[in-house]
Design a protein. Sequence first.
Length: 393
Amino acid sequence: MRRADQQPSRRAFLGTAGAVVAVGGAAGCDAHSESHAPSHTSQAQAQTVPADTSVPPTGRYQAGVIIPQPAQPNLLAVVADIDGQAAVGPLLAELGKTVLSLTAGTEPRLLGLAPGDLTITVGVGPGVVRKASAAGAALPGSADLPQFSREEIVPQARGGDLLIQLCASDALVLPVAAAALLDQAGARVTERWRQSARRGPNTSVAPGRAAPRNLLGFIDGIIGPTTTTEQQSDLWLAGPAPVAGGTIAVVRRMELDLTRFAAQSVPEQEAVFGRRRATGVPLSGGTIASNPDLGAKTPDGRYLIPADAHVRRAHANVVGVGLMLRRSYSIDDPKPGLLFICFQNDLHTFTATLTHMDDSDALLAFTTTTASATFLILPGFDAEHALGSTLFG
């Protein structure tokens, strides 16, 4: 069994409410905890949406971030470039109208399929944000994602101008809806890469909160911004006005070395994560919803949660950042792994966390990142206020 003899830094004993970033900065419609999911008109309790029930696509925030709860079992992420000569405002407005018709089930290009709980979330890349206005370079979402270690990313899979995230209980509807959106964009958009993914079985964390298992067998994403206060503090952009109601997404695709991880004993695997594999309970004890007690020791003075355990290295208070909301899915194409998507109102939350993990997180030894990008998830919209209109007019 891996031992916890190494002494963690003093910062590791700061408060215990933190973000557990699963795999690769994590490990993204959650290695974030699925949090209380306020409706678009209130910041109340999480809403559980049956698979055959539509999810409102309009409001202050786009759907597919905090609603529905739990997240749908299937996801398709499409990353594309926007032609440099294309007018971004009209393009986004058209995509928004298509989102409305797709989710309402009135879009002919849906080919008669029922949209059910389909959600479509649209974001734009840093280069697009920087061109939005004279002040674009200073706006949240204008910063590019830096390179990190353990990356094997071809140029085509790094960055991008447009993110379309589609989630639904019915996997069949996702590529059909994506085709309709890309058809609407036409020659103005060129696809870079796409990834289909799915969630494992959900485990209840607390009333109104659930998290899935990942391919490594662990419950993936237990801690995140679960209250209205936390979401306003760490998830949603409050300003400047053009981006208020948006958030910053990071999208990373990771391969997992399942064979090498499976070769370890269960206690060794649990030492990598800092949690029990069967229950998700921290090695320091309590329940699945308990914050890891990073100072807890055995009678002989060893830390119950090892110094290089994922829950310690990715802990928000140890890193000194806010919480991130993660909606992560498992993948098996091109290779087994995870599609990590996290949302936060400051890109530094992610970059500082992954930098801290890069130092000595035991989980990263089993990951290789093969795609990476960041996007400004646009503020919410409706029939009177076009998608992207606050930023692009």
